[in-house]
Design a protein around this ligand. Structure first.
Ligand code: MG
Length: 374
């Protein structure tokens, strides 16, 4: 099962004419070595949105070792993103970190990772996250501290209530008791019924994600006005990302902020969004990792847009990496690790509904299950 792109340092004995014996002492490698391991996440409940339903998510777990220290990363690959165990393995097999003698050259390494192949953002994120974890561990500091962010400014996270029968929806709302904000997927036809069902049992603020499900801008505006009266916070990707003019029309009139999700991949998509959306949903798996996500959050702020930090169904590894950025954001949707039953890491927690950072170095995780054998 284990697949690894193992890159070792050039042995000194390779030099011409040498006959030295290598010391039997265990030697730390000062060359970065990448390993990766495919894994399948099991979802607690089938995950349903406007584009389909599923019960598992493939992920690729990664590790970058350097000087006896291990940094961990992850690629979470829901099928609609177009990445898989195969594509990630193909990408990762091309990554050669041994050319970088210094893991602190994060900008150079990320630029190299991006240039290996187009696309493959989740696979790129898996190396970017492991690199950040490694660098943080070398310094002994978590990334929110290296970025100068205030851990008291983390947002509340929303908790997703999947589309279901009214009885099951009410039960799921009851199970979401610890969370201060609910998230609801609309766009499957029973939009008002879903909200009305929740409102019979809870008055918590709701985030609405339509996943491009509405095709008519007048319907979208009617819904935006109605949802605004239902204590809804924002409207995420209400219409297909290709309907740019209609979304701009809606954004101008909507009392709720219109958030870009599917329309936004990485930093190069951001500038044209001014005036079309009023907020963006950043996900590490879409943009290629922590380096790009941090830059996007800063750039969106400079453009006067609000920022949400989101996730896929993923382990506490990628969630904790995203959590490091969360003090920079207005809203968080970091419940992906809570939706799976076989997490292998422990990290950033949700306490009283809020993203709660810890002082562990790097991305703030520890291994719950040891996945990488030596
Ligand atoms: Mg979304």
């Amino acid at each position: 099962m284990f697949a690894g792109a193992v890159v070792s340092g050039r042995a000194a004995s390779a030099a011409a004419g040498e006959t030295k014996t290598i010391s039997p002492m265990k030697k730390k490698s000062s060359v970065m070595k990448l390993s990766y391991l495919p894994y399948e996440l099991q979802l607690r409940h089938a995950f349903t949105l406007a584009t389909g339903s599923r019960t598992t998510t493939p992920v690729m777990l990664t590790r970058v070792e350097y000087d006896g220290i291990s940094g961990y990363g992850e690629a979470a690959m829901p099928p609609y993103l177009g990445e898989s165990h195969d594509t990630a393995a193909k990408y990762l097999s091309k990554v050669n970190l041994s050319q970088f003698r210094d893991p602190f050259l994060v900008e150079d390494i990320v630029e190299y990772l991006d240039g290996i192949m187009p696309g493959n953002y989740a696979a790129k994120a898996s190396v970017d996250i492991a690199l950040h974890d490694l660098v943080g561990k070398i310094t002994g500091k978590p990334w929110f501290r290296l970025w100068g962010l205030n851990p008291a400014k983390t947002p509340f996270t929303s908790f997703t209530i999947g589309i279901d029968t009214p009885e099951v929806v009410k039960q799921k709302v009851a199970e979401a008791e610890p969370y201060k904000i609910l998230k609801v997927k609309l766009g499957l036809g029973d939009d008002r019924e879903m909200i009305e069902t929740i409102r019979t049992v809870s008055d918590k603020p709701i985030c609405v994600d339509v996943n491009q499900g509405w095709k008519d801008r007048n319907y979208a505006l009617d819904m935006a006005n109605w949802l605004n009266e239902q204590n809804v916070i924002f409207l995420e990707q209400p219409m297909p990302k290709t309907m740019v003019d209609d979304i701009a029309w809606l954004n101008e009139r909507s009392p709720l902020p219109v958030v870009a999700d599917e329309a936004l991949q990485t930093i190069s998509d951001l500038l044209p969004m001014k005036g079309v959306y009023s907020a963006i949903n950043i996900k590490l798996m879409k943009c290629g990792g922590m380096n790009a996500a941090y830059k996007m959050a800063q750039m969106a702020g400079a453009m006067g847009m609000k920022v949400m930090i989101g996730c896929m169904t993923e382990t506490s590894c990628a969630i904790s990496a995203a959590g490091q950025l969360s003090p920079l954001t207005h809203w968080a949707d970091l419940d992906g690790n809570l939706l799976i039953s076989n997490d292998v890491y422990e990290g950033v927690k949700i306490i009283d509904g809020r993203v709660t950072l810890n002082d562990k170095p790097g991305i703030g995780i520890s291994e719950k299950v040891k996945m990488f054998k030596k």
